[in-house]
Design a protein around this ligand. Structure first.
Ligand SMILES: N[C@@H](CCC(=O)N[C@@H](CS)C(=O)NCC(=O)O)C(=O)O
Length: 341
């Protein structure tokens, strides 16, 4: 019998949805427990940093190890399971895939958290869902009491992702632009990097399972701006029937023609964030101020996102001279070049 890869998460966790979509597409047999932070079975290991999703990988000695962080887990799955890869074979496209995946995981999630908690309609909608996603049989009064508590706590934590009265416009405009950009990009060949999905598609999809569907405000923006993007989210959920071909990835010319607007959006909002955050982390500052898209941006600094910058730079440095030249040409004038200079 095939061993099932086991993971734990929640339907409201964008990273859990990113991984479940990816496992379905890759046809990796799995079982997911929607226990939202509680171990799926007694005696299961707890990760050092508890995050959703948590994967339980066999350690080769009959036990399980608890592993988190979707991006390296995707690369591990590439090594462990052949075929239906989500990493482009061309190093230049693979580098762009890493950059877009990182933007979706680390920037777009700000929009997800902001839209979920900043406006009353969304906040009132999400509170009970968060409870029922993990304890579906709970009595309604108890659920409502817990929902109020959790909603208040999340509202008070909006500052953590940089959401406040001043940055609200920056975050919301950036999301609106992204929907328009994806609309044009997906029309070309169906996915971000061609006619087959990459890990960047699954990262965007994970955030959009919430933004485009769960939060009333951003869901209305999404479908009004692009019914195509809204429909794409449903298609991404289960791509087990897609038959990807090696030449389904964009070639150099198609990539140049297609990806400019998305890279310009990343350069416009994510590049200044990554740089200011890393500078603050290096200086040992717990808070930083910068300007993003012409408005003030303030938030606590995060060592994890300084590591994201380091990994992106290592990816860039690992390219050959020719490949780096191609990347430089693709990102010239987008604002992304600031990340690598
Ligand atoms: N970089 C991680 C991020 C995972 C993450 O932040 N998950 C959120 C839920 S979507 C989480 O577990 N937050 C803490 C919590 O809910 O207790 C990944 O890609 O998996």
């Amino acid at each position: 019998m095939t061993e099932l890869l086991e993971l734990m998460g929640a339907p409201g966790s964008p990273y859990t949805r990113k991984m479940v979509g990816l496992l379905r597409y890759r046809r990796i047999p799995f079982q997911v427990s929607w226990t939202a932070g509680r171990p799926p079975r007694p005696g299961y290991p707890v990760p050092k940093v508890p995050l959703l999703p948590t994967f339980y990988f066999p350690d080769g000695a009959g036990s399980l190890t608890a592993v988190t962080d979707s991006t390296p887990i995707i690369r591990r799955l590439e090594r462990d399971h052949a075929g239906r890869s989500v990493i482009p074979t061309d190093p230049v496209l693979s580098f762009l895939n890493d950059l877009i995946e990182d933007y979706a995981d680390e920037w777009l999630t700000k929009a997800m958290f902001h839209f979920r908690w900043a406006h009353k309609a969304d906040h009132d909608n999400a509170g009970p869902l968060l409870i029922y996603w993990s304890q579906n049989g709970l009595d309604a009064d108890a659920a409502m009491q817990m929902a109020e508590k959790i909603s208040k706590r999340q509202f008070d934590r909006l500052y953590v992702v940089g959401s406040n009265q001043v940055t609200a416009q920056t975050i919301e405009s950036s999301y609106e632009r992204l929907v328009g950009i994806l609309d044009a990009l997906l029309q070309k060949r169906g996915f971000v990097l061609g006619a087959r999905p990459s890990s960047a598609d699954f990262a965007l999809y994970g955030q959009l399972t919430q933004l485009a569907i769960v939060e009333p405000t951003s869901a209305a923006i999404t479908v009004a701006r692009s019914p195509r993007v809204r429909a794409w989210v449903d298609l991404m959920e289960d791509l087990s029937g897609l038959d990807p071909q090696p030449d389904d990835w964009f070639g150099a010319d198609a990539a140049r023609e297609a990806l400019g607007p998305l890279l310009a959006e990343i350069g416009r909002v994510y590049a200044p964030f990554l740089l200011a955050n890393a500078e603050a982390v290096m200086a040992g500052e717990t808070q930083f101020k910068t300007e993003i898209d012409g408005r003030a941006w303030t938030q606590p600094s995060f060592p994890y996102q300084a590591k994201c910058l380091k990994w992106l730079r290592e990816g860039y440095d690992g390219l050959s001279g020719n490949e780096r030249g191609s990347v430089d040409a693709l990102i010239a004038g987008t604002g992304c070049e600031a990340i690598f200079t």
